[in-house]
Design a binder for this molecule. Structure first.
Ligand code: ADP
Length: 617
């Protein structure tokens, strides 16, 4: 009793801290409920019954012992044995029922946890898709995403397990405490006090483990990155050629060794603390048992009572320990679900307005950037600075300029992947922020610099350009022909039904240039009024490019086409060429006009011709 003033405030502060961390628990439960209502109801009902069964077992102990003692006293005659045998049969029936319930609960939980997992994964997928592109530029977003994805697969199941344990053990414990009360109020109290140190240990180490996981997420992601470098197809060639395998293995091992060491240090501390708490519990249990044996010796209680007490007390201790474990697990799992909820709480900032203006079906006046300044999150320098430019509707415009000039940024702003920090971007005089994002994006088709290589059939790869309208075979073939992908498809074993990529069985791999043409077909399929090509010909040889660009011109006639390219022989075919450098347009004009000005364009033209990059006209 002397350390009561020290233990209780310490415990209450721990409990308060723990309770604060449990704020996500109601949301986690709501999530489980939303995912699997009927299975959750069945699960709770089965657990409640299973929680009461040990009580029946304990209560049957007293008649079993007392009737056996009576039978022994009666010389073991059949008549005197029968009452004891009835109890044995009842015990067997209860045990069988417990076994049946255990199996049923396992079966119900499998259904429930599968549903919960899928529900959570679909929440994560929704959030990843709707998140601003800017989120993908931030390491913190990846940390959040990493933790949410890593945890989402198994945390909900563990949460359910710890919740189930808590519920079932809680019910049994209350019942056991009720059994112990008639032997003296001090017994449940002793049981409770003996587990207090263990409670402190559980809370302390759960919080420490959680803090450690948060601190080491970036390192853990790095181990995953090394793992990816060592095992993925994209890196396989370079890894072999430059003999980088040993280097990345060493980096992986040293990082893992540090993480493993820290984790083991935590586990050792926890094991020692648990040992100390366990020793205290044993001393208290011993004292209680001694007191009860003393009472039995003095004839104050029967042998059956002693057996009943022993069972109830032992079970009580065991239950208290299990309950603590469940509580620790519940706490730990809800801390991790906090990661999930933090991830789900990330709100996109690039949003459609509440009442958007209708987007023009066809462009009439064109696109206008008005004094636009934009800096990527966390970047010191703006990618576009006080950028003003008009692109008239129906024109074929090319952007050229050195790497990092801001050409791709221009495209990303036009697609509203980001909003400018200053200035406005207009489509036929309407600010992009006044249009619905979906409508705006439907007006634009882009061939990105690094298009996605969908591991699907050629048809699907093309059809994904306009998935909403479910294009037919004729449209897909026309788009492929326009992009020059029809010749590639003709060579494939199953034509348009050939599976591309090596992820799945029977997939065929294409060259980078061939993949680019398939992506181009995808971009063409979407008959949008604005067509943007970001380095479409980077993987093509100049001769193929010359033929292709003429086809492209006629294909997009009447539409607004924006072409970003390094190759001036491609750019020269545009109506207007804008030369960009350092986030600004430094020269504009037709090919002939720009050549006559002897500026950056004329200089690059001469360089490209002398290096042989240009195609003879
Ligand atoms: P270009 O397409 O002309 O090669 P970009 O528009 O891609 O140039 O890039 C313009 C500038 O913005 C460069 O300095 C580049 O480093 C920077 N930048 C591009 N993307 C990002 C990003 N996601 N986060 C931070 N900076 C970026």
């Amino acid at each position: 009793m002397a350390d009561k003033p020290v233990v209780l405030p310490l415990l209450s502060s721990k409990l308060r801290k723990a309770a604060g961390q449990l704020r996500y628990l109601p949301r986690a439960l709501a999530l489980v409920w939303a995912a699997a209502q009927r299975w959750t109801t069945a699960w709770v009902a089965l657990l409640a019954v299973q929680g009461l069964l040990p009580l029946a077992l304990v209560y049957l102990t007293r008649p079993l012992v007392n009737r056996t003692v009576a039978a022994v006293k009666a010389g073991g005659a059949w008549e005197s044995l029968r009452p004891a045998l009835i109890v044995v049969v009842a015990l067997a029936a209860v045990t069988l029922l417990a076994e049946l319930l255990r199996t049923a609960i396992g079966w119900v939980r499998t259904h429930q946890s599968e549903l919960v997992q899928d529900h959570i994964n679909s929440l994560i997928h929704c959030k990843s898709v709707e998140a601003d592109l800017a989120f993908y530029d931030s390491p913190e977003f990846y940390d959040h995403l990493h933790r949410a994805r890593l945890e989402a697969s198994y945390r909900p199941v563990m949460l359910l397990e710890s919740l189930g344990g808590l519920l079932q053990n809680g019910i049994t414990l209350v019942a056991m405490l009720a059994v112990l009360v008639p032997f003296g109020l001090w017994l449940p109290l002793a049981l409770f006090v003996s587990t207090l140190p263990a409670l402190c240990v559980v809370l302390r180490y759960t919080v420490r483990q959680h803090e450690w996981r948060l601190r080491t997420t970036a390192d853990e992601r790095r181990t995953w990155y090394y793992d990816w470098l060592l095992t993925s197809r994209e890196t396989a060639s370079e890894l072999r050629l430059f003999a980088l395998g040993d280097r990345f293995q060493a980096a992986y091992h040293s990082l893992r060794a540090r993480l493993r060491g820290e984790k083991l240090e935590l586990a050792t501390g926890q094991a020692l603390a648990e040992l100390g708490a366990g020793a205290l519990a044993i001393v208290l249990t011993g004292a209680c048992m001694a007191a009860m044996v003393w009472r039995a010796v003095r004839g104050l209680i029967t042998l059956g009572d002693l057996a009943l007490f022993y069972q109830a007390f032992q079970q009580g201790l065991h239950l208290m320990r299990s309950l603590l474990e469940n509580l620790g697990q519940l706490y730990y799992n809800s801390l991790f679900l906090g990661n999930l909820f933090e991830f789900l709480a990330l709100e996109p900032t690039v949003l459609s307005p509440p009442s958007p203006q209708p987007a023009p079906a066809e462009l009439r006046s064109g696109i206008r950037f008005e004094r636009v300044t934009f800096r990527y999150p966390g970047s010191p320098e703006p990618a576009l600075c006080d950028f003003t430019l008009a692109i008239p509707a129906g024109r074929f415009v090319a952007f050229v300029g050195p790497n990092g000039a801001g050409k791709s940024t221009f495209v990303k702003l036009l697609c509203r992947f980001y909003d400018p920090d200053q200035g406005r971007i207009e489509l036929d005089g309407t600010d992009l922020r006044d249009l619905s994002i979906d409508e705006l994006r439907r007006r634009i088709t882009v061939l990105f610099q690094e298009p996605v290589r969908y591991n699907a059939t050629v048809s699907e790869n093309v059809a994904l350009g306009d998935a909403q309208s479910s294009p037919g075979a004729a449209e897909i073939e026309a788009a492929a022909a326009a992009a020059g992908a029809d010749e590639i498809t003709a060579r494939l074993p199953d034509g348009f039904n050939s599976v591309l990529g090596k992820c799945f069985v029977d997939g065929v791999e294409l060259s980078t240039g061939e993949w680019q043409r398939v992506a181009l077909a995808r971009a063409f399929l979407r008959r949008a009024p604005i067509v943007i090509l970001d380095e479409p010909t980077s993987a093509m040889d100049p001769w193929a490019e010359a033929d292709w660009i003429d086809r492209f011109r006629s294909l997009v006639a009447g539409r607004t086409a924006i072409l970003i390219t390094h190759r001036l022989t491609t750019a020269m075919r545009a109506d207007v060429i804008h030369v960009m450098a350092g986030g600004e347009v430094v020269e504009s004009g037709t090919h002939a006009e720009l050549l006559s000005r002897s500026g950056l364009y004329a200089q690059s033209w001469t360089e490209q011709r002398s290096s042989g990059a240009a195609v003879p006209e």
